[in-house]
Each structure stands twice: as C-alpha cells, then as structure tokens.
Design a protein around this ligand. Structure first.
Ligand code: PMP
Length: 285
C-alpha cells in the first residue's frame, strides 16, 4: 500500500509522523473521508472545499493549493489501484513543542490513505438498524463547531461507546438545547407524512456531504424537504428514519431506544432514496 505523505508516495511502513505532531498531541488537525466508486472519486470537489473550510476555521494553512490536493488524492487512488474504496485525507498541525502554541509548530503534514472499505453488515441495509440515544451530547457549538471535521472525535467516540454497550452500531446525539443533532458518524433523517426532514446545519451538526446530496436528490424527485428543528418525539412518531454518511451511504433505521419506527421495516421512501443515491454514485464525480 502506498501512502501520500507530504508530497511523496511512500510505503505504508515508511508513512510515519513525529510524536510531537500536534495532530497526535492535541487532535489538532482536520480530515475527510471520501468514497471511490467505479474508479471515480465521489464528490471530491465538495470534500476538498470542506477540508479547506475546516482548516480555515482552526486557522490551519494547508500547505497545498486545492488543485494540488485534488491531484494528490487522485494520484494516491491510482497508485493503489483502488476502483471501489475509501480515501482518508488528513492534514495535521505539524510537529511542535509540548504546548498548545501553534506558532511553535511547523510543517503541517498532509496524509492520504486509499483503502478498501468495511461497511455496516449487509443485514443492516436489508432489515434496518437499531439505534439508541446517547447521554453524551454533541459538542456545544460555542465551544467547538461541529461543522469543523477535526481530528478530535472524543465527543462522538464517547457516544459511540454508549451505543456499543447497548448493542447498537450507531448512537443518536442531541445538541445542547436537547434537540436532535446527528449520530456519531452519520446524519439523521426522518419521513413524516411524505415530508423528508433533517436537522438544519445550525443544530450543531456536521453538514454531511451525503446529507446534502440526499436532500438534492429528494428535491429533484419532487419529495418535499425540510431542514428544521427536530426533537426526540418527532423521531419516535416518524413514519420512516434513515442515516446518511460517506461510509454508510443511506441506512434505514427501524428502532430508536427500543421503540419501533414506522412499521419496523425499512420505509418505502427510504428505499426509494437509497436507490436514487446508488444511481447518483454511478454518475457523479
Ligand atoms: N456526522 C459526523 C459526525 C460525521 O463524522 C460524518 C462523516 N463520517 C457525517 C455526519 C456524515 O458526513 P458525510 O456525508 O460528509 O460523510
């Protein structure tokens, strides 16, 4: 496996960064997860835009232009002969001293890993996923905006552990106002009376690229959409529920906190959107 590391493609064993890198010491850095479908890098432009926004928000200057970074991703995918897989793009703050001061760091590291992907088990796509609500809330946006895809995922990891303990593969997180935010690595949608609803970007969520694509596909298909405040009650009484994410794609949800959602089977509109999304992955890049 060849890894892109700050300008070079190196063997996996040679792909090492300093133990003084603030990415490791403080989770100081940003990343993206990107899909490759049939040799095309899916929505690469959107992911490149988001990583530059995340970097800007944490005052990290990516040492490449967007065009150079795009090219580096393409080269890494090609060097590893990945036709269907997953790319992890990371930019760290770089090595520094043992202190938070970013002025004492240098050489932000750009890392690109192109690999195959492990999906949720097939059974989950066929029969639907069970979810629980985590007691860990999403980061308060006044402390750290969830729109920054940063290397610090502790908030979500703690919620994910709650899910694992309860026997689920994902967990729902509320925001500091007690509203529905998102799951630990996926955005959430419901369908109620034919309307597709999802928390708005200001609910303190990562504005998922898959989320935005699904909203767009729904609009094109004439399905009414709402980006709105949702509370847990809305979820419990929803007709259908599903999650979206780069790795997850579109996953039906059939129970939340032990309560059945809709008729307890992946919903009709969910399956239609899943079909539209798969079709989109075959034509978009
Ligand atoms: N929310 C969180 C917290 C995430 O980490 C992710 C990405 N794994 C998503 C939502 C989904 O975003 P995207 O569709 O851009 O992958």
């Amino acid at each position: 496996m060849k890894i892109y590391l700050s300008g070079k493609l190196v063997d996996k064993e040679q792909a090492v960064v300093s133990v003084f890198d603030h990415g490791l010491l403080y989770g100081d850095g940003v990343f993206e997860g990107i899909r490759v479908y049939s040799g095309r890098i899916f929505l690469l432009k959107e992911h490149i835009e988001r990583i530059y926004e995340s970097a800007k928000a944490i005052r990290l200057e990516i040492p490449l232009t967007p065009a150079e970074l795009t090219q580096a991703v393409k080269e890494t995918v090609a060097a590893n002969n990945i036709t269907d897989g997953y790319v992890r793009l990371i930019v760290t703050r770089g090595a520094g001293s043992l202190g938070l001061d970013i002025r004492r760091t240098s050489n932000p590291q750009t890392i690109i890993i192109a690999d195959t992907i492990t999906l949720y088990p097939r059974e989950i796509y066929e029969n639907g996923m069970n979810l629980i609500t985590a007691s860990t809330i999403r980061n308060h946006p006044g402390a750290l905006s969830a729109r920054i895809k940063s290397l610090n995922y502790l908030n979500n990891i703690l919620a994910k552990i709650e899910g694992t303990d309860a026997g689920t593969v994902e967990a729902l997180m509320m925001n500091h106002k007690g509203e529905v935010a998102e799951c630990t690595g996926d955005n959430i949608f419901i369908i109620k009376n034919g309307v597709l609803k999802t928390p708005s970007a200001d609910a303190g969520i990562l504005e998922g690229i898959t989320r935005n694509a699904v909203l767009q596909l729904a609009r094109e298909a004439g399905i009414p959409t709402q980006e709105t405040t949702l509370i847990r009650h809305d979820l419990y009484v929803a007709d259908e529920m599903f999650l979206t994410g780069t790795a997850a794609e579109v996953v039906p949800v059939v129970s939340l906190d032990g309560r059945q959602i809709g008729d307890g089977k992946p919903g009709t509109l969910t399956l239609r959107l899943l079909g539209l999304f798969h079709e989109f992955t075959r034509r978009a890049d």
